[in-house]
Design a protein around this ligand. Structure first.
Ligand SMILES: [Mn+2]
Length: 389
């Protein structure tokens, strides 16, 4: 049987306040087109369908349109919520969506209680099984006692718990059928950017499952959560992050997006193939003098641009100038030598209090401390934020 594996749609995401609805419409249209052209039996959506837990009607319309078009083409869908989605909302829609061939598994369930979904082939003579692991919030794995045992222990408990959960689900498969796992989770060592780098090591990501704990008896693991399309290194069975539909932010600038076509058969590892997506507008970093940035920006057509303009010091109005010339320039930063700190070191931004981090941010981007009224507004927002926890 053949599946199309996609993930991390994040429908409803904007960029610097600009709508990307048309790009989502085009990219989802591309996904439907590939599913039809490849003659897949089902599309697997590995979570983060929406950007927000309470999506706008516009985002809903885009997702429902894609589901409906797949249904009309005779392609089934299996979908799970990611950390951006509301499981409760998915639960509310599950029955309705089922009537258009979309199987939603909103929460982790034992195999016999809906945790494993049967997917018949379009020809009707085969059935594959898809074990579903929606995103499990980290806090669910930390009971009160774990809170007092230090964070390392807690992360280990998460990895252990997720490993056990995957094993228990895999044990529920019916022998003689093709077995697939559909999960929204982070695996140890996944690359957030093509070269890896410091973004790999943010706090949330310590809640990772070691690839060696993924079940080795399945044909394929269709994963979501990491936006760079990639195979999972060190997994005992073929496993892959399909990646997002669009370059969602400048951290994903230049990334090639794709869907994965997966051929599965009982008892054998899947054959996996990447099909590129081209619908979204590219995101690009442009660096140089004012003239060079403008010239390069013009060459980039409809790409969203983050500009780094090299100057000798602060130049009032230069950002407006760049935006006038390049309507797609979303961020404009000035790059010039800052006076060194007395101790000659760089500011360890990651370890500072939010207030100090904001000051460091402002100094970095504007070459000066924030004005008093801005600081007062920041304090007000910070106080609210702390109150809400
Ligand atoms: Mn995501």
């Amino acid at each position: 049987m053949r599946f199309l594996h996609t993930a991390d749609w994040h429908v409803g995401r904007q960029i610097r306040g600009r709508s990307r609805a048309e790009e989502f419409r085009a990219a989802l249209g591309e996904v439907v087109g590939i599913a039809v052209q490849e003659g897949v039996d089902a599309v697997l959506v590995a979570g983060d369908v929406y950007e927000h837990a309470a999506p706008t009607p516009e985002a809903d319309a885009l997702v429902f349109e894609a589901f409906l078009r797949l249904h009309e083409a005779g392609v089934a869908v299996v979908a799970i919520p990611g950390n951006h989605d509301s499981a409760a909302r998915f639960e509310a829609f599950a029955g309705l969506l089922r009537s258009v061939g979309v199987r939603v598994v909103p929460r982790v369930r034992p195999p016999a209680e809906g945790g494993i979904v049967e997917v018949p082939s379009r020809s009707g003579d085969e059935v594959a099984e898809v074990a579903c692991v929606p995103f499990v919030p980290e806090r669910r794995f930390g009971d009160a006692a774990a809170l007092f045992e230090g964070s390392e222990r807690w992360f280990q408990a998460y990895a252990q718990g997720m490993g056990d959960l995957l094993e228990a689900l895999a044990a529920g498969f019916t022998p003689g059928r093709a077995h697939v796992v559909l999960a929204h989770l982070f695996t140890d060592g996944a690359l957030v950017t093509p070269g890896g780098g410091e973004r790999e090591l943010t706090i949330g990501m310590a809640y990772a499952v070691p690839p060696s704990r993924l079940p080795g008896t399945v044909s394929y693991l269709a994963l979501g959560h990491v936006h760079l399309p990639q195979d999972v290194r060190g997994s005992p069975a073929p496993a892959r992050y399909a990646g997002s539909l669009l370059q969602l932010d400048f951290g994903e600038a230049g990334q090639r997006k794709s869907v994965t076509i997966v051929d599965v058969a009982p008892g054998t590892p899947a054959k996996v193939r990447e099909v590129p997506l081209t619908a979204g507008r590219p995101l690009a970093d442009v660096r140089g003098t004012l003239d060079a940035v403008i010239a390069r920006g013009r060459e980039l057509g409809d790409a969203y641009i983050r500009a780094f303009v090299e100057t000798d010091g602060p130049v009032p109005g230069i950002a407006d100038r760049v935006r006038e010339e390049l309507p797609n320039a979303l961020d404009v930063h000035l790059v010039y030598e800052r006076p060194e700190r007395p101790d000659g070191g760089r500011e360890p931004v990651g370890s500072l209090h939010p207030r100090d981090r904001f000051v460091a941010y402002h100094r970095h981007h504007h070459g000066a401390d924030p004005p008093a009224e801005l600081m007062a507004a920041f304090d007000e927002v910070l106080a609210l934020e702390l109150e809400e926890g």
